[in-house]
Design a protein around this ligand. Structure first.
Ligand code: BGC
Length: 512
């Protein structure tokens, strides 16, 4: 592995150490937690567009779908709250479980939380694979949701804690890369299972989730906890040995002392949930809420969940719809690699802003083209090839923009900006907000499409403008800053420095 050497960070710290193969493999195994999230994100859209699945569990939607003629309003043919409840029940469960997970990550460590995540997910997958009625489907999905809540709460912070600060961005984005792999595998599987004779292919798609669940669960046996988490639980010796191993050197004094200091400060905090509401954490709290909210308001999940449904609504055939969904997930995967290669070089702010601009341009193209063909009646007539190509290309460029900006940074930035004492609680807030809005998008999308028609894309475009301005004005750059030194970037930011004045004064008084 390449040697990292000593690097001076944005905060002036210089920790020696190498980029070891141990840290690399640890990050890969932990990041596989993203597989379960991605698999689920990718599988439900395809399954809910399979006729045999609809006929068995949602016969009303099925009858409506087959009775829609090409001349009817295509925007509204999938509008059913029960169907969307199937997709979105999981996100509600994930939201609740991420709150519990914060206690477990703090008390029992990141690793234990990750293991539980894998286990819940695998059990949920089995129940879904054998489902005979809607209740079984929902119970299965709730368990999957618990799995995802636990994993998303613990994996991003674990990765940010383990990685050498110089490579923290790239290592953390392995989580997002796994999400995109999960989505890709799910779409690929759907493409084939949809063709299985006898209409039981959906069982394979839903039950197949057991594989990523078990991969993640068993992978965790090969991990040790992060030094930060070990210190948090008073395991000093073990923390030091672990730090020496992952940094590949014996002399880890400086970094270890800083981690130990951060951990001592963290122990003074009895109740992180109350603490996070105090004024001194206001800047971080604002980002814990807004980053995941904005990530969802980019509109990306409309494509992730409903690409097949969306393409079908636009008159593409069954197989063409799943195929287009497959293409978009390949783009999602490759574009995430770009983010890995650039995030620690150009920084988080540059990627956020470039990605935002790119998404905006594509939303504009999609709005104009869909409006010109479908109008407000939703009846497109014959769709020419150039039209389909244009929509698919615009969608791919949009997805690439998301995949190297808001996708990975939506998980990376929250996981690195919080001090240890509130890190677990704050990450739970991030996961919860992410899940609430993933739920909202999943739940209201088909209704929004039915009512807003092509205006749906205008809605998301306006959101993208707002969030880009917010990032430009308020997000401090966090690249190259050691995780336990992060408070300095807030203190030095013109907009946020005032929140730290009080703290400094009290420190001064303490010294007196
Ligand atoms: C988001 C998901 C999204 C996925 C797409 C993730 O970062 O949290 O909501 O579906 O990226 O790749």
């Amino acid at each position: 592995m390449a040697g990292g050497g000593g690097v001076t960070s944005g905060s002036g710290k210089n920790y020696p150490g190498k980029f070891t193969s141990k840290v690399f493999f640890t990050c890969i195994v932990a990041a596989s937690g993203g597989l379960i999230f991605g698999y689920d994100l990718g599988i439900s859209g395809g399954v809910t567009s399979m006729d045999s699945f609809l006929e068995k569990f949602f016969p009303k939607v099925y009858r409506k779908e087959i009775s829609v003629k090409p001349s009817d309003d295509q925007y509204c043919k999938f509008d059913s709250q029960t169907l969307t409840l199937f997709t979105s029940s999981l996100y509600l469960a994930a939201l609740l479980s991420s709150m519990t997970a914060s206690r477990i990550t703090r008390g029992l460590g990141r690793r234990m939380t990750m293991m539980l995540g894998g286990l819940f997910f695998a059990i949920g997958a089995v129940i879904n694979g054998f489902a005979e009625n809607v209740l079984m489907l929902i119970i299965g999905r709730v368990l999957l949701g618990f799995g995802i809540g636990f994993a998303n709460q613990s994996v991003p912070i674990y990765l940010s804690e383990i990685a050498p600060f110089k490579y923290r961005g790239a290592m953390n984005i392995m989580f997002q890369l796994s999400i995109t792999i999960g989505i890709l595998i799910a779409n690929l599987l759907n493409y084939f299972t949809a063709k299985i004779e006898g209409g039981w292919g959906w069982r394979l798609s839903l039950g197949g989730a057991v594989v990523p669940g078990l991969v993640f669960f068993f992978g965790c046996f090969f991990l040790t906890d992060s030094p930060n988490s070990l210190l948090e639980r008073n395991k000093f010796e073990e923390a030091k040995v672990q730090l020496q191993k992952i940094r590949g050197i014996d002399n880890v004094e400086e970094e270890f002392n800083d981690l130990a200091k951060a951990s001592e400060a963290a122990k003074l905090v009895q109740n992180p949930w109350r603490e996070i509401l105090t004024r001194k954490y206001r800047p971080q709290l604002i980002f814990a809420v807004l980053i995941p909210l904005f990530q969802q308001l980019t509109g990306m999940n409309v494509f992730v969940f409903y690409a097949p449904v969306l393409f079908k609504s636009m008159g593409f055939g069954n197989s063409a719809s799943l195929m287009s969904a497959l293409i978009t997930s390949v783009v999602n995967f490759f574009a995430t690699l770009v983010s890995i290669a650039t995030v620690d070089k150009y920084g988080r702010r540059t990627l956020f802003l470039e990605g935002g601009l790119q998404m905006l341009l594509c939303q504009f193209v999609m709005t104009v083209s869909i409006a010109s063909k479908f109008g407000t009646s939703g009846n497109p007539g014959e769709l020419p090839l150039w039209f389909s190509m244009l929509v698919v290309i615009a969608m791919c460029v949009y997805i690439a923009g998301f995949a190297w900006s808001w996708g990975p940074l939506g998980w990376l930035v929250p996981s690195e900006i919080f001090p240890l004492e509130i890190r677990s609680a704050a990450q739970s807030i991030t996961v919860a907000v992410n899940m609430i809005f993933t739920f909202c998008i999943a739940q209201v999308f088909t209704t929004m499409l039915c009512n807003l028609k092509f205006g749906l894309f205008i809605f998301f475009a306006v959101c993208v403008v707002g969030m880009s301005i917010f990032i430009y004005k308020f997000l401090p750059e966090t690249k190259g800053v050691p995780i336990e030194e992060m408070t300095t970037v807030w203190k030095n930011h013109p907009r946020w420095s005032k929140y730290f004045v009080q703290k400094d004064l009290s420190c001064e008084m303490g010294k007196l």
